[in-house]
Design a protein around this ligand. Structure first.
Ligand SMILES: Cc1cc2nc3c(=O)[nH]c(=O)nc-3n(C[C@H](O)[C@H](O)[C@H](O)COP(=O)(O)OP(=O)(O)OC[C@H]3O[C@@H](n4cnc5c(N)ncnc54)[C@H](O)[C@@H]3O)c2cc1C
Length: 436
C-alpha cells in the first residue's frame, strides 16, 4: 500500500517550512511535523534575515504580509578590546528599496507566518508532536517514514526531509553526521530588550522602518566567538555567540558573557533604559563546509542546521537563508523524484547537486577556511588589541612632536613581539580566506 504522505518534513523552522511549501506547491501530499506548540515557539536567532531576495522568489513581496521588524539599511562591523571600539559603518540607499537586502525579524512570529504559508500551499501541519526516530525498510536500508511520540505514532512517507535543527538526531541516526564536537559548535545567548520606539530611532539614527545590524568581534577574553546587536521595531536583539570548547576551557558561564558585553563602554549606552523581555539560548553549528557530511541517503534528505548549513565567517553569520535555500532544494528534489513514479526516494543525489550549484554549498565552500581563521587567537585578541593601540597612539595628541603612523605601527608590533613580516603574512592569510 502506498504511504499516506509523499513527504514528511520534520521541524517547522525556516528549513522545514520552505521544504514543505515547495513540495506542497508541486502537488505532493506533505505533512509538516513540529514539536513546539506552534512553529517558532522554541526557535532562536539574532535575528537578521539575509534571505530577502531568496524569499521574494518564493513569496513575492513577502515583506508586505510577513511579520518583519525593520529592513537593514546600515551594517556596522565592530572590533572590540576590553575597553576600546573600532567600527566600520556602512549605509546604503540601495538597502532601503525593494526587494531589500536584509530584515530583522522575531522568530516566534516569523516562523509561525512562514509555516502558515506552507499550510496555505496545501501542507498539513502537526504541532505538539516529537519525532523520535526514522522508520526503515530493512530490505534496502531506505527510510520509509518517522516514529513520533504519540500512540500508534508511526507515519509512513515516500520521502522524509529532516529539518530538526542543530541536534540533528535523525541525520545522526542515519549515519549522515558525525557525533557533536565542542570545537564545531557554538552556544548563542540572546536577549530581547524593549525600548521606546522614538528613543530607539533617535539612538540609532533611524528613520521610519530602517534598521541597523551591528556585529562585534573580540572584547570577550578567553572566548572564541562574537556578539551582535540588532534593532527591531520597538526592541533590540542582543547576544553573544561563544564556541563551546572555549566556554569549557575558560570556565565562563554564557549568561555572564552577555552581562559583560552589555556593560562594555561602547555597548552600555545603546541598551540603557531598556527592559529585558525575553532570554534564550541555543546552539549553532559552525564547522562550515568541512563539517558537512552527506546530506541524503535513500528516502531521507537533511536541510538547514540539521545538515550544518551555517555560514560563520566573522563578517557573516547567516543560517536562516541557508536553511530556506536548502529547504527549497529538498522540496524541489522530492517533487522531481516522485514525479518519475516508482520507488521515488531511492536516489536523491540531485539534492546534493542543487546545493553545490546554488549559493548554499557554493558559499560554504568558498569560505571553508573562515571558521577556523576567525576563531584563531590572533584575530580574536591580538590584532584587535594591536589595532586599538595603534589608533589610540595616532589619535592621542601630546604637546610634543608626533610620530608618523608607520613608526607607531612598528613600535606597537615590537611591543607585541611581532615583526612586519609576520603581520603581513597574517593579513595575507586573512585576505586569502575572506577576500579572494
Ligand atoms: C543566538 C543565535 C543567533 C543567530 N543569529 C542569526 C542571524 O542573525 N541570522 C541568521 O541567518 N541566522 C542566525 N542564527 C542561526 C539560525 O538561527 C539558524 O541557522 C536557523 O534557525 C536554522 O533553521 P532550521 O530550520 O534549520 O532550524 P531551526 O530554526 O532550529 O528549526 C528546527 C525546528 O525543528 C523542530 N524540531 C526539532 N526536533 C524536533 C523533533 N524531534 N520533532 C519535531 N520537531 C522538531 C524545532 O522545534 C524547530 O521548530 C542564529 C542562531 C542563534 C542560536
Amino acid at each position: 500500500m502506498a504511504p499516506k504522505y509523499d513527504v514528511v518534513v520534520v521541524g517547522a523552522g525556516p528549513a522545514g517550512s520552505a521544504a514543505a511549501l515547495t513540495a506542497a506547491r508541486a502537488g505532493l501530499a506533505v505533512l509538516l511535523i513540529e514539536r513546539g506548540a506552534y512553529p517558532g515557539a522554541k526557535n532562536v536567532s539574532g535575528a537578521a534575515f539575509y534571505g530577502s531576495r531568496l524569499l521574494h522568489q518564493l513569496i513575492p513581496e513577502f515583506w508586505k504580509q510577513a511579520p518583519v521588524e525593520r529592513y537593514v539599511s546600515r551594517r556596522v562591523l565592530n572590533v572590540l578590546t576590553e575597553t576600546d571600539q573600532i567600527a566600520l559603518s556602512f549605509r546604503s540607499e540601495s538597502f532601503t528599496e525593494p526587494p531589500y537586502n536584509a530584515w530583522t525579524v522575531l522568530r516566534p512570529r516569523f516562523d509561525r507566518w512562514l509555516a502558515s504559508e506552507a499550510v496555505r500551499a496545501g501542507a498539513t501541519l502537526l504541532t505538539d508532536t516529537v519525532v523520535d526516530g526514522l522508520l526503515w525498510d530493512p530490505s534496502n536500508r531506505q527510510v520509509v517514514g518517522v516514529k513520533t511520540r504519540r500512540p500508534n505514532g508511526d507515519i509512513e512517507a515516500s520521502v522524509v526531509i529532516a529539518c530538526d535543527g542543530v541536534n540533528a538526531f535523525l541525520a545522526r541516526e542515519a549515519g549522515l553526521r558525525p557525533p557533536a564536537d565542542p570545537h564545531q559548535l557554538a552556544l548563542g545567548v540572546k536577549e530581547v530588550i524593549a525600548l521606546d520606539r522614538a528613543q530607539l530611532e533617535d539612538r540609532f539614527h533611524l528613520v521610519g522602518q530602517e534598521g541597523v545590524v551591528q556585529e562585534y568581534l573580540g572584547g570577550l577574553p578567553g572566548i572564541r566567538g562574537g556578539a551582535f546587536l540588532y534593532t527591531n521595531r520597538e526592541s533590540l536583539s542582543i547576544g553573544v555567540i561563544a564556541q563551546i570548547a572555549s566556554l569549557i576551557e575558560s570556565r565562563q558561564a554564557p549568561y555572564t558573557l552577555l552581562e559583560r558585553f552589555k556593560t562594555h563602554p561602547a555597548v552600555a549606552p545603546l541598551v540603557r533604559g531598556g527592559v529585558v523581555v525575553e532570554y534564550a539560548a541555543h546552539m549553532i553549528p559552525e564547522a562550515g563546509y568541512d563539517g558537512i557530511g552527506e546530506v541524503w541517503c535513500p528516502g531521507l534528505m537533511v536541510a538547514g542546521d540539521a545538515a550544518g548549513l551555517v555560514l560563520n565567517a566573522g563578517i557573516y553569520l547567516e543560517g536562516m537563508n541557508f536553511a530556506i535555500g536548502s529547504g527549497i532544494a529538498a522540496g524541489e528534489t522530492a517533487a522531481a523524484v516522485l514525479a518519475q513514479g516508482g520507488p521515488g526516494g531511492q536516489n536523491l543525489r540531485r539534492y546534493r547537486e542543487l546545493l553545490e550549484e546554488r549559493f548554499v554549498l557554493a558559499d560554504l565552500r568558498r569560505y571553508r577556511k573562515a571558521p577556523s581563521l576567525v576563531m584563531a587567537p590572533e584575530w580574536q585578541e591580538t590584532y584587535p588589541e594591536l589595532a586599538a593601540e595603534v589608533l589610540r597612539a595616532v589619535f592621542t595628541v601630546h604637546p610634543t612632536p608626533r610620530a608618523k603612523a608607520g613608526a607607531i605601527v612598528g613600535e606597537v608590533l615590537r611591543r607585541h613581539g611581532r615583526s612586519w613580516w609576520q603581520a603581513g603574512r597574517d593579513l595575507w592569510r586573512l585576505w586569502r580566506v575572506l577576500g579572494r
